[in-house]
Unconditional design. Structure first.
Lengths: 283, 470
């Protein structure tokens, strides 16, 4: 018994002497770069799921015989999604009960299949402050599986290289690499309420990116939620970035900010360089 | 990289601490422990003393009312009655005293005409025959308070003989009643007394049921020495031209046979003996000192940059607002958190219920460093102090081992100062403190014990320590 008591006392004393270090500690040196990278990948994911993937899905729906259209709609869109045919080359996808809307126009023809084919896409939804919302994008077939996506205002440019020269029904059917450079305009809306009266202030953050080494995208078939028009949709696919390097710069409206170079070492680890400080950390 | 190793070492320390706690408790649990519930419990006698409560029921033969003068044409006959009630008794040694509350027959008139010898008796006259067969029967009930002194002597585990003697008090009442029927009318008036007393005595036996309650059978007598009522009667039988009158009185006198079911509280007494035995076997006061994880403190911290819980279990990444991306990157903090130290006092009010108080102290400390040179540029700290009354329920109470659960609710005070974040002024915040202990075990000997608790609250999700009890 005395031995047990001694063990307990020593044990407690040992714990008392050692305060546990918590949080990120020294990793805080590159914390800002980590946050910028996470925000940037959120944007990339948002564009994949909300702009590019629906574009290919709609193209397949347009090309499909009438009897196959319901199946395509069912497979790729939210269960309440409806496709309205506005003309022989324009459509809109909406979700009943929400304000989410994706307007799509095939600019020169009725299919994305031919090199040079372009599709204009505009995603809108009330109170959606995503960097890709309310922005007109053009998806252009450059041939041999290369697709350009750019915003008409010239801010965003991404190049998608697919593993197939064909037009896929879904991005998840093929491998993908992403390159490009541009700027995402992040909107942060903060509400200030006094009683029943609320006012909103919007802060803009300009996140510029320059992909120095293309990012490789793979899909894992783990059941996961993805976001279509800010509605949660269960999908069998999950975006995984496995390699690539991007230079990020975040600036506020006064031009103050930070720069970070982020190298994706593998699916779980990144290396961040900020102001000459290099640290590795978990994604 | 070094920093990462440092964090991992800290977590490893926690895990090591927890494992050692379990080991230590297991060590003391493994020692010999006795049970006060079985081996040391005191057995009470089969014919146990103390209070009993019973239901009584009796049938009685009530002696006839007395005619003050012989009447050739009227006979007063016995009647039958009954009495039911409860009794509360207290027994000591071979003796007992009981007080009952019963309701039953107080007096009976059973007047029977005998006109057979009347000069005009004519048995062929139906009217005569009808009157001659008639009984004048009247019964009055009352509330009684029997007070008895009892002697009993057990022959074996099942049977005991008993005898008692005492008095039975009847509540006084005012009775002015006139009864009448086809041939006789009575008028009676109760003696105006507050109480009527009679002598009661019984002899009988007890039969002990397997679970300790008793069946009592007895025969007895109730002898009244007072007139319960005085009355007059008069009669006429036209069929034989007889008229008459007389007076009578009655006493509450009867012979009875009684059965009673007596609840002896045997099991309660046995349990009581067992339950109170812990007072001499188990300690009443306990002081406990524990060290627990500071998860709750970390999660509510104002100076810790990262959520400890998410960091510990790799929760979903939190990107904060994009406005953070442009903030100047200045010094960085090394945040250390100390475990939660808790101090408990418990008083064992009853064997399984403890009341007490809990105080906990935990905190965080930031050491700020220059981002490029790593030089220390400042300090910040945050202390959480809680005070709360608490209750503990122990469901295994052995001499050496106790298992318990409990909860506490109280006040949490947070004191914080970190010039890098909030200026030079110390700030204080108050909130709710709580602790739910889902499972607790303590084990030890010779007043000392070690303990381990699992739960949620300011004391920690898991905590372990030691204590002193007496």
């Amino acid at each position: 018994m005395k031995k047990s008591i001694k063990v307990i006392i020593v044990m407690v004393a040992a714990v008392m002497m050692a305060g546990c270090e918590v949080g990120e500690g020294e990793l805080m040196k590159t914390k800002t770069g980590h946050l910028m990278y996470l925000g940037w990948t959120d944007d990339i994911n948002g564009i994949i799921y909300n702009i590019v993937e629906p574009a290919f899905n709609l193209n397949a729906w347009v090309q499909a015989p009438e009897e196959q259209k319901p199946e395509i709609l069912q497979n790729h869109f939210y269960s309440n999604a409806v496709i309205d045919v506005l003309s022989d080359h324009s459509w809109q996808i909406r979700i009943d009960g929400t304000s989410a809307l994706l307007r799509v126009v095939l600019v020169n023809g009725t299919s994305l299949a031919e090199t040079g084919a372009k599709m204009r896409l505009l995603y809108t939804k009330d109170h959606d402050y995503s960097a890709w919302a309310n922005t007109v994008f053009v998806l252009e077939n450059r041939g041999n599986g290369v697709w350009n996506l750019y915003s008409e205002d010239g801010q965003i440019y991404l190049q998608f290289t697919l593993g197939t020269p064909e037009v896929p029904e879904s991005l998840f059917e093929t491998s993908l690499t992403i390159a490009g450079a541009g700027t995402f305009v992040e909107r942060t809306v903060i509400s200030h309420c006094s009683g029943d009266v609320c006012t909103e202030e919007t802060y803009f953050t300009y996140l510029s990116y320059d992909i120095l080494q293309p990012f490789e995208v793979s899909w894992t078939q783990n059941a996961n939620q993805h976001n279509w028009a800010s509605e949660f949709v269960w999908s069998d696919y999950f975006t995984v970035l496995s390699a690539g390097k991007v230079q990020l710069q975040a600036l506020d409206e006064e031009g103050q900010g930070n720069t970070a170079d982020v190298t994706l070492l593998n699916t779980e680890e990144i290396e961040i360089e900020m102001d000459g400080i290099v640290q590795r950390r978990q994604v | 990289m070094d920093n990462i190793k440092q964090i991992n070492m800290s977590k490893r320390n926690i895990i090591l601490f927890l494992l050692m706690s379990v080991l230590a408790v297991g060590t003391v649990c493994g020692q010999e422990s006795g049970s006060i519930d079985s081996a040391k419990s005191e057995k009470i006698p089969i014919w146990d003393n103390g209070f009993r409560i019973g239901l009584t029921s009796q049938a009685q033969l009530v002696l006839p009312a007395t005619l003050t003068a012989p009447d050739p044409y009227v006979k007063s006959q016995p009647g039958f009655g009954g009495e039911n009630g409860i009794e509360l008794s207290y027994h000591f040694g071979y003796f007992g005293v009981s007080l009952g509350l019963t309701f039953g027959t107080f007096r009976v008139f059973n007047f029977k005409p005998y006109f057979d010898n009347a000069p005009g008796a004519d048995y062929d006259d139906p009217d005569f025959w009808f009157h001659n067969q008639f009984h004048h029967y009247s019964m009055v009930h009352n509330v009684f308070l029997p007070l008895k002194f009892e002697f009993h002597y057990p022959f074996n585990d099942k049977f005991a003989i008993m005898a008692d003697i005492g008095t039975k008090l009847a509540v006084g009442y005012q009775l002015m009643m006139t009864y009448g029927d086809m041939w006789i009318t009575t008028y009676e008036e109760a003696a105006m007394k507050p109480l009527f007393a009679s002598l009661v005595t019984d002899v009988g036996f007890y039969y002990r049921l397997p679970y300790g309650d008793l069946i009592r059978g007895s025969i007895g007598a109730n002898v009244g020495f007072q007139h319960v009522t005085d009355g007059e009667y008069w009669y006429q039988n036209p069929s034989c031209n007889v008229e008459g009158e007389g007076t009578f009185f009655s006493r509450n006198t009867n012979f009875n046979i009684q059965a009673a079911y007596i609840h002896t509280f045997h099991r309660y007494k046995q349990r009581h003996v067992t339950e109170t035995a812990w007072k001499s076997e188990l300690p009443r006061h306990e002081f406990q000192f524990n060290v627990g994880d500071p998860v709750l403190t970390a999660n509510s911290s104002s100076i810790g940059f990262d959520n400890f819980f998410y960091d510990l279990f790799r929760g979903f990444p939190f990107t904060y607002s994009a406005t953070y991306w442009t903030h100047p990157v200045g010094d960085y903090p090394i945040t250390r958190i100390v475990p939660t130290f808790s101090f408990n006092y418990h008083y064992r009010a009853i064997k399984w219920l403890w009341v007490g108080g809990l105080a906990t102290v935990s905190g965080l400390h930031n050491t700020w460093h220059d981002r490029f040179t790593d030089e220390v540029t400042g300090h910040g700290s945050e202390v959480h102090i809680t005070l709360m009354p608490d209750l503990r329920f122990s469901y295994l109470n052995r001499e050496h081992v106790t298992l318990y659960s409990g909860f506490g609710l109280g006040l949490n005070m947070k004191l914080m100062k970190d010039p890098h974040l909030y200026g030079e002024k110390t700030q204080s915040y108050y909130g709710l403190a709580y602790q739910l202990t889902a499972f607790g075990v303590k084990a030890g000997a010779k007043h000392w014990f070690g303990d381990l608790e699992l739960g949620y609250g300011d004391k920690g999700i898991i905590s372990a320590g030691f204590g002193y009890e007496f």
